[in-house]
Design a protein around this ligand. Sequence first.
Ligand code: MN3
Length: 239
Amino acid sequence: MDIQRRTLFLGAAGLAALAVPNRAWAQAAPAGPHSLPALPYAPNANEAAIDATTMELHHGRHHAAQVAGPNTALNGQAELSAMPLDELLMNLGRAPEAVRTALRNNAGGHANHSMFWQIMGGQGGAPTGELLAAVDRDLGGMDKLRTDFNTAGARVFGSGWVFVTVSNAGILAITTKPNQDSPLMDGQRVLMGNDVWEHAYYLRYQNRRPEYLTNWWNVLNWNAIGERFTAAKAGTLRV
Ligand code: MN3
């Protein structure tokens, strides 16, 4: 009887842990200055481009590991621990060599993914107002932006990201980065970006990265991206 009851209890606990994988993972992460932001929508909110399982694994495991990474690397680093994430990435040269690569890969990934969740959950479409005017002026319009951005993303060899950066004057530009590097490491702010690591799309698209890049535009939240544009010009955009 006792054994049966204990088995039932453990079974229930196991099921509960499976039901909240993100929370379970976050609790296992070492304490530190950085934390995993909650997804701002349900994992299936981006089904038009990204399946729920990919979202759950991508956020709850890949991103969570990139929060645990800097927290571990920052242990005992008081000055670097006190820096907001964007400042940390702009000052990687001040990190001791022993932890610099870990910070570059993990803190960079933390910033990239924090931005990535924020700009999805929408219905696609196009920006309005000043952001649309900036896209027309700097990137040749929405059609050309989509084409050039997707071409750049498809050309990233191996793992990396494709971004639109934004200056504090509101000037836009397309750029790519390998691995988990961020434009913040060059002192540039990120308006939006897409993750072209295979973990971002492989379950649904396998090797068809261009199809993933094309569909991704259907889940963009242009209100959120427009707010990032406004914040960049106000000097308040962080990661
Ligand atoms: Mn990723």
